[in-house]
Write a protein that binds this ligand. Structure first.
Ligand code: SER
Length: 605
């Protein structure tokens, strides 16, 4: 069964069963406490916890979707049969049961068996099942056990697992979650480790593939890590699309299905190498290019922060691995084009945005191409000495654009380890130095600090003005504007942000007005030290989030009259004490920085 047919079968099946087909939400989640969408249920979180009414917004409690997801947690595992960065999740939901109006465990189990057995024709005798054994104050799921048995499943095919394997969620630190019951598929002894106790969740082999996760969402995880009951019960299910397709096609992995084959074949042609001789490398490259195409299609640009950093990391990793299999220069583009061809039918925006997607990828390839070779040589030199300490890893990052994770991966290949802490220290030190506009000079002599006190104060003021500008842009443009870069010297500030169109004169005026109004209000700028995670949860904007140390400073510009804050950002500082110190804010230039990114230059007079 090819991917197009599986998509259609799945959605048709659930539509016929009274489910509303909901389009995939963006890979950029509304809940900004997580960088990317990692599960199908994420867009439904407010409905699952009953803070929004599902009937009002969807007209039904029964929903289904094919959701774009992206996970970086297992990125080192990509290359094996089952892990991907980008993947799609098929899911169905029954939200907020109300006696007999929505289905719960019985309904979810019956529907799942019906789809896998009767629609897809998978053999029931190859299925294994799991239930929650009871842990952390949450009781064993005896009900699911009985339901599976009523469906004719024998006791020895139903295995119990605890929190680690059979409890799902939440996607953030708090939120809806619950015990799971999973359906695994036995791919046969040829995929197995041969051990007596091999079965679902075997840690040694991939014989048993988890096909479907049925989550019975009845709990809410609280800040203190304890669970309380949700005001309602829900069903949240998820099937890894790629895994299911591989099973249906009887292929070892999705890389051998129509989701990847054209890309794999193209790599064979470009590298003059055989897929079977270099499987993991071929797989990493094709996975990362697919991930990059999807991220670029969301308007994400490679950068050193947040989602942009993830995009940069996977593209640069693909380029390094590409070198290992002799892929020629500029290979990212033909492979991205193949990927777009595969996905454009289901995601037509890939076709309409093709030029933008390719241009984003091309620019990054051109940029890294310049330093990759030299950086690899430099790495070899350092590795020869038998150590890659944090400051060396930072040197590779800062001079040659090597993402830390890439240096770590290369170090592991040489049986070396990188000290992350000292990398972070080098990073923060560098950040602080550039922030106060000091002359940057690395490589022995350290930084020369600016001596003139007046200039220092001008920089500090412009720094606070930058926070107000970021706030004003989000207010004025009503767009989820994201900071993409920033540079301050004693004369002016320069701020890059995501926004696809030129600002109108009215918008520029409005931004200036908002900033100047907040300056006039003489608001207090408060500094607090806290855990990075806590800061992000409190709503603080984080520009360098992936790189922050555990404890950070948060600068809050408070509007005490309205008992609220205007701006809250994780930032090394320093800042002025009150906004009235800034004087008058003026935008002197608004221009394009690169595709989808605008640049503002502003001064204080
Ligand atoms: N939320 C569950 C998962 O992601 C089921 O959809 O596995």
């Amino acid at each position: 069964m090819i991917s197009r047919v599986l998509r259609r079968e799945f959605l048709d099946f659930f539509e016929k069963k009274g489910h509303k087909v909901v389009p995939s939400s963006s890979l950029l989640p509304l809940d900004t406490s997580v960088l990317l969408t990692t599960a199908g249920m994420q867009q439904f979180t407010p409905y699952l916890s009953n803070t929004k009414n599902v009937l009002e917004d969807f007209g039904t409690r029964h929903l289904t979707s094919i959701q774009k997801c992206f996970r970086t947690l297992d990125i080192e595992e990509v290359g094996d049969d089952t892990h991907h960065t980008f993947f799609e999740m098929l899911g169905n939901w029954s939200i907020g049961l109300d006696q007999d109006k929505g289905y719960f465990k019985q309904g979810a189990i019956e529907i799942a068996l019906d789809f896998l057995g009767n629609i897809l024709g998978l053999e029931k005798n190859k299925f294994w099942f799991t239930i929650f054994k009871g842990e952390a104050g949450i009781p064993k799921d005896k009900e699911s056990l009985e339901i599976w048995q009523e469906q004719g499943i024998s006791q020895e095919r139903i295995i119990e697992f605890g929190i680690k394997d059979n409890f799902w969620g939440p996607t953030a630190d708090t939120g809806p979650c619950g015990p799971c019951s999973e359906i695994h598929y036995d791919r046969g002894p040829q995929y197995g480790c041969g051990n007596q106790d091999c079965g679902p969740n075997c840690e040694r082999c991939k014989r048993f593939v988890e096909l479907w996760n049925l989550v019975f969402m009845e709990y809410n995880k609280k800040k203190d890590g304890c669970f309380s009951k949700l005001p309602q019960s829900n069903v949240d299910t998820g099937i890894g699309f790629e895994r299911l397709l591989a099973v249906l096609e009887n292929k070892p992995s999705a890389y051998e299905t129509d989701l990847f084959l054209p890309v794999i074949q193209k790599i064979e042609v470009l590298s003059a190498k055989n897929y079977n001789s270099q499987k993991p490398n071929f797989r990493i490259i094709s996975d990362h290019i697919r991930g990059a195409v999807f991220l670029a299609a969301e308007g994400i640009f490679p950068s050193n922060t947040n989602q942009g950093y993830i995009l940069r990391r996977i593209l640069r990793r693909a380029m390094r691995i590409g070198k290992l299999i002799n892929l020629p220069r500029n290979f990212l583009i033909p492979l991205s084009q193949e990927t777009i061809k595969i996905y454009q039918e289901f995601y037509p925006e890939h076709k309409t945005k093709q030029a933008d997607i390719l241009s984003i990828i091309q620019k990054e390839e051109t940029k890294f191409e310049k330093t990759l070779e030299q950086g690899l040589k430099e790495f070899e030199k350092l590795a020869c000495k038998g150590e890659i300490d944090g400051s060396m890893a930072f040197h590779l990052y800062n001079t040659y654009g090597f993402p830390l994770e890439m240096t770590e991966e290369m170090a592991v290949e040489k049986k070396l380890k990188v000290d992350k802490k000292s990398f972070e220290q080098a990073f923060i030190k560098h950040q602080e130095i550039s922030r106060i506009g000091a002359t940057k000079k690395f490589g022995g002599t350290g930084a020369e600090q600016i001596k003139d006190e007046e200039q220092k104060i001008a920089v500090i003021k412009l720094h606070t003005a930058t926070h107000l500008l970021y706030y004003a842009l989000r207010e004025a443009l009503k767009d989820n504007v994201r900071q993409m870069g920033c540079d301050i010297n004693s004369e002016r500030l320069r701020f890059d942000f995501s926004h696809s169109v030129k600002l109108t004169q009215d918008e520029i005026k409005k931004v200036e007005q908002i900033v100047n109004q907040r300056i006039k209000q003489d608001l207090e700028v408060e500094k607090q030290e806290m855990e990075c995670g806590e800061a992000i949860k409190s709503g603080a904007l984080a520009f360098f989030r992936e790189k922050y140390p555990e404890r950070v400073f948060v600068y809050t510009i408070r509007d005490k009259k309205n008992k609220d804050w205007v701006s809250k950002e994780i930032c090394a500082g320093p800042h002025v004490k009150r906004t009235s110190e800034l004087g008058c804010f003026k935008i002197i230039k608004e221009q394009s920085s690169s595709a989808g990114i605008r640049r503002i230059k502003a001064i204080l007079i």
